[in-house]
Design a protein around this ligand. Structure first.
Ligand code: ZN
Length: 557
């Protein structure tokens, strides 16, 4: 079905509660594992439909944040979400406590039961008012960022549309663009501080109600970290500090020389070549058509997938002033359809939509007929492997989008991916420090960020910029606000995707076949088992990061 024909109807609280109460009662009365599984199939459809309505509403809100109907509906869904969470948890308990659990576990998997346990530990009805406030704070931050009005060269831009100027080959332009962004952030930084302070205190209070010392363990539960914890994460960040931080220093020095500059400042961060970053050629329509041709050549599976996306109009990618910033892929269960949202802005990030977001969507498409919904319950360190690996698997087609600039694009993409690794770890460590000391003042939080920059990005220099040089950068990083402890998942996934990159350089088809296996496997096992299925090493394993660094060092010259 075409996206525009998909019908949104509000889910009333009453039908949600009635539906769940009925399912819960029948699960408790069921006389066999088989009967329970049949009821569970009904649950798949019931829950899937509610989720579809939430997703549909959220998409329609994000494609036009000024649409009053969907703004109201989106607020309504925010209110309803914790109630859905409550019933979902109660429902999960009927399976968890079932006398036929062993039989059910064979059908829906051990991971599903572990996740029920995690959800149980992460939830209490007493949290609902706080969770509702937490959602409102997120919405407030998102709206503030999305509706940013930044005056620049006589026009008004939002943050997403400003990106073009921050990567300008003309140093004066990007310097001025950064100043405009910095000025805007300075004008709202107190409000952002206030929002974040309330978020941190809110989350801490939720954690304490559940008996935790602070939000960190609850954050881990909410990220569904079902097979590793804080120690593994710390060990991972330590490996990154040892291997990647010096490696990124080398990359930065190379970039400085290439740009012909005496010194790199913060406003030079986004630029990789003196003549400017390679940009895709052609209109958005041509880029989409290029994507279609590329996926036709790559494999029969990707060809079918992309045709499906185009036929059903499952892309909304043109940049408009009233759209939410950023890009995402989401999934509409009722229609077995992935959906891709983005803001094309004429830079190479448009191509990320065709590679990265399509990687997510491809995995969703590949597994759309898997009946066991729990398999789709992917944690992000896995989901991002699907997308980030696709960025590498499509390297060979970049001529189609960049013409003679293709090689320069690939250099930029690889360097950018490498530079990201320590940054992502820093975002993670920042959040650990913040939630370990919720009483920190906004000024202390900025101070903390600044110190971390010295460890993870020692080459960075914001000069006398009053916002960025004083530890303000994190206020741009939406994940810190909306999805605590999420960000490290990009880093874990990135080093996994880098393993596929090194693998495909040796044997493309072999790497692709393993990637397909990984995608089809979904969340069929815990993290370690998934990686094994895909034939790659766990980033927590000692030596993994060093090996990836060495492999990349050999090709990033
Ligand atoms: Zn992604």
């Amino acid at each position: 079905m075409k996206f525009q024909d998909m019908q949104y109807t509000r889910i009333s609280q009453e039908e949600l509660e009635k539906g769940f109460e009925d399912l819960i009662r029948r699960q408790k009365e069921a006389k066999s594992g088989q009967e329970q599984f049949e009821i569970h199939r009904e649950y798949y459809r019931f829950y899937g439909h509610i989720e579809t309505m939430f997703v549909l509403c959220s998409i329609r809100h994000s494609v036009d944040t000024t649409d009053e109907f969907y703004e109201k509906e989106n607020d309504y869904c925010d209110e309803l979400a914790p109630i859905l969470e409550k019933y979902n948890t109660l429902y999960g308990e009927t399976l968890y406590d079932s006398p036929y659990r062993a039989e059910l576990e064979k059908k829906i998997g051990a991971v599903a039961f572990k996740n029920i346990e995690l959800r149980r530990r992460a939830f209490d009805e007493k949290l609902i008012p706080l969770m509702q406030e937490e959602n409102q704070l997120s919405t407030r931050y998102d709206k503030l960022i999305a509706t940013a009005k930044i005056p620049f060269e006589g026009e008004i831009y939002n943050l997403s549309l400003m990106r073009k100027f921050t990567v300008s080959p003309d140093r004066e332009v990007r310097k001025a663009a950064q100043k405009a962004i910095s000025d805007w952030f300075l004008s709202v930084t107190e409000e952002i501080d206030e929002i974040y302070d309330r978020m941190v205190k809110n989350r801490t209070e939720q954690a304490r109600i559940l008996g935790f010392e602070n939000y960190i363990p609850l954050g881990y539960l909410r990220m569904q970290r079902n097979s590793y914890g804080r120690e593994e994460m710390e060990n991972f960040r330590r490996q990154v500090k040892e291997s990647f931080v010096p490696f990124v220093g080398e990359i930065q020095e190379k970039r400085r020389q290439r740009l012909g500059l005496d010194h790199l400042y913060g406003y030079d961060n986004g630029v990789f070549f003196p003549e400017g970053n390679p940009e895709p050629k052609g209109t958005p329509e041509e880029i989409l058509a290029g994507g279609q041709a590329m996926y036709h050549e790559l494999s029969p599976e990707t060809a079918e997938f992309f045709d499906f996306m185009m036929e059903n109009e499952l892309f909304d990618v043109l940049g408009r002033k009233t759209k939410e910033a950023g890009g995402y892929m989401t999934y509409l269960y009722d229609y077995q359809s992935p959906f891709i949202f983005a803001n094309f802005n004429g830079t190479s990030s448009d191509i990320d939509v065709i590679t990265h977001e399509c990687g997510h969507a491809f995995q969703g498409y590949l597994t759309r007929t898997d009946e066991i919904r729990e398999h789709a319950d992917l944690t992000m360190e896995t989901a991002e492997i699907h997308s980030m690996s696709m960025e590498y698997f499509t390297y060979g087609w970049m001529k189609r989008f960049f013409g003679e600039d293709a090689d320069r694009y690939l250099t930029m993409h690889l360097e950018d991916s490498i530079i990201f690794i320590p940054y992502g770890c820093m975002v993670d460590e920042f959040q650990h420090l913040v939630y370990a000391k919720p009483e920190m003042t906004p000024a202390q939080r900025k101070e903390t960020w600044k110190k971390l920059e010295e460890t993870y990005r020692p080459w960075l220099d914001y000069g006398d910029d009053p916002f960025f040089s004083n530890g303000g950068y994190w206020q741009r990083q939406g994940h810190i606000f909306d999805s605590p402890f999420y960000y490290i998942d990009y880093v874990l996934a990135s080093v996994s995707a880098m393993q596929y990159k090194l693998w495909m350089d040796r044997d493309y088809r072999d790497a692709w076949e393993h990637y397909l296996k990984l995608c089809r496997f979904s969340a069929g096992d815990f993290y370690g088992g998934i990686l094994k299925e895909g034939g790659i090493r766990s980033p927590f394993q000692d030596g993994c990061i060093e090996a990836v660094t060495e492999g990349l060092r050999a090709i990033a010259r």
